[in-house]
Design a protein around this ligand. Structure first.
Ligand SMILES: *Cc1c(COP(=O)(O)O)cnc(C)c1O
Length: 386
């Protein structure tokens, strides 16, 4: 965090007075842990996704959501899960923590989403699931992916960390697969500090997710300490400590109420960038297909040194010097030493992801950016890359 007043913080959340008052009310209520606000947030999030109330479970991160979903999917150690090489490490780590074997597919170079033909190439007799990421908020090719899953009887888990508002042909992201996992981390489109949500198609699997997220206990703390009389709980499996608190849900309820308003603000910034940068020698995000809905979580450009005066990493440094916080989403997974030494993955095995990872830059896209800040970002990019 910079102490300079004019530093534009990348991914700064937009927190309103309602959030502040609700958190304060929660603190004064004496009920900080998992309770009525979490239940309300779960219900309202499900409704936002067009689902009944009993299809959502709040947890304390998307990483936790992915982990418990994969356990609830009843996969066995050694089962293979095909996922994308262009994602945050949490996607891969959650597969490993569930005792499963990650297998990397490459991306489509234009959409940056996992390529259905690359998935198909990676299917073996051990493949049991596909874990996809709606990258930057653009929907994956769900028609082709669900057809593959049907054909090979594969579980589908959607990493919707970028995709709260995303729709594919009018159907919300997170409602295609067996599980949809969301993140409410500070930089995401809906922020609760840390937080996550699981949507599950199957009711028993959702109950299992809830149980796994709270020690494997049959009744949650709300029922234990509430005014409905004491209830004994039983531990029926070895679970985790992944429950969301009411303090987080207090933020979530109001963030959700403003999610469409913030989406409109980000869409306007996204469109301004597309227009302002169209003549620069960089690659801009593909236009959004009209039949889909992009969540506008990330605005990413590709800086290729053969076309520009400066390389990607120099550009990152120069923008930071201009007091503009930028991001890299992401170095491809095989660039990291842990995965290289554990799985033998090499950057050249997923060439599209590697190419993107070495040239991508994410510009600020927070709904709270003001006109002056947006102008300053645009002028800086034009100045450095024009
Ligand atoms: C942020 C992110 C996660 C992890 O979310 P947390 O809530 O921080 O655990 C997982 N996958 C992707 C693609 C992400 O961007």
């Amino acid at each position: 965090m910079s102490e300079k007043d004019d530093f534009i913080v990348f991914g700064a959340p937009s927190i309103g007075e309602e959030e502040i008052q609700e958190v304060e009310a929660t603190l004064r209520s004496g009920w900080l842990g998992t309770g009525p606000k979490v239940a309300k947030f779960e219900k309202e999030f499900a409704a936002y996704k067009g689902l009944p109330a009993n299809q959502s479970a709040a947890v304390n991160s998307c990483t936790a959501a992915l982990h418990v979903s994969m356990i609830a999917a009843d996969l066995k150690p050694g089962d293979e899960v095909i996922t994308t090489a262009m994602t945050f490490c949490a996607t891969i780590n959650s597969i490993i923590h569930a005792g499963l074997t990650p297998v990397l597919a490459d991306i489509d170079i234009n959409t940056l989403n996992i390529s259905p033909s690359s998935i198909e190439e990676k299917i073996t007799p051990k493949t049991r699931a596909i874990l996809l990421v709606h990258f930057a908020g653009r929907p994956c090719e769900m028609g082709a992916i669900m057809a593959l899953a049907d054909k090979h009887s594969l579980i589908v888990i959607e990493d919707c960390a970028h995709a709260i508002e995303t729709e594919y042909k009018g159907k919300p992201a997170g409602t295609f697969g067996d599980f949809g996992c969301f993140s409410f981390y500070v930089t995401k489109n809906l922020a609760t500090g840390e937080g996550g949500m699981v949507l599950a198609k199957n009711k028993e699997k959702l109950s299992r997710v809830k149980r796994l997220a709270l020690h494997g206990m049959t009744k949650d703390a709300w029922h234990r300490f509430g005014d409905e009389g004491y209830k004994h709980y039983q531990v029926v499996e070895c679970g985790f400590k992944y429950n969301m608190m009411d303090i987080q849900a207090a933020l979530g309820i109001h963030q959700l109420a403003r999610v469409e308003h913030n989406w409109e603000k980000r869409q306007a910034i996204w469109n301004r960038y597309q227009d302002a940068f169209k003549d620069l020698p960089i690659t801009l995000p593909a236009e959004v297909e009209t039949e889909h809905r992009h969540a506008y979580h990330l605005y990413t450009v590709l800086v290729d040194e053969t076309n520009t005066n400066i390389g990607r990493d120099q550009f990152l440094e120069a923008m930071t010097k201009k007091n503009i916080g930028i991001g890299v989403h992401y170095l491809s997974i095989p660039e990291h030493p842990y995965y290289q030494s554990t799985y033998g993955w090499k950057p050249e095995d997923t060439p599209n992801s590697t190419l993107i990872g070495r040239s991508t830059v994410s510009l600020p896209l927070s709904p709270g950016l003001n006109d002056n800040e947006i102008k300053r970002i645009i002028a800086s990019v034009q100045n450095l890359l024009g």
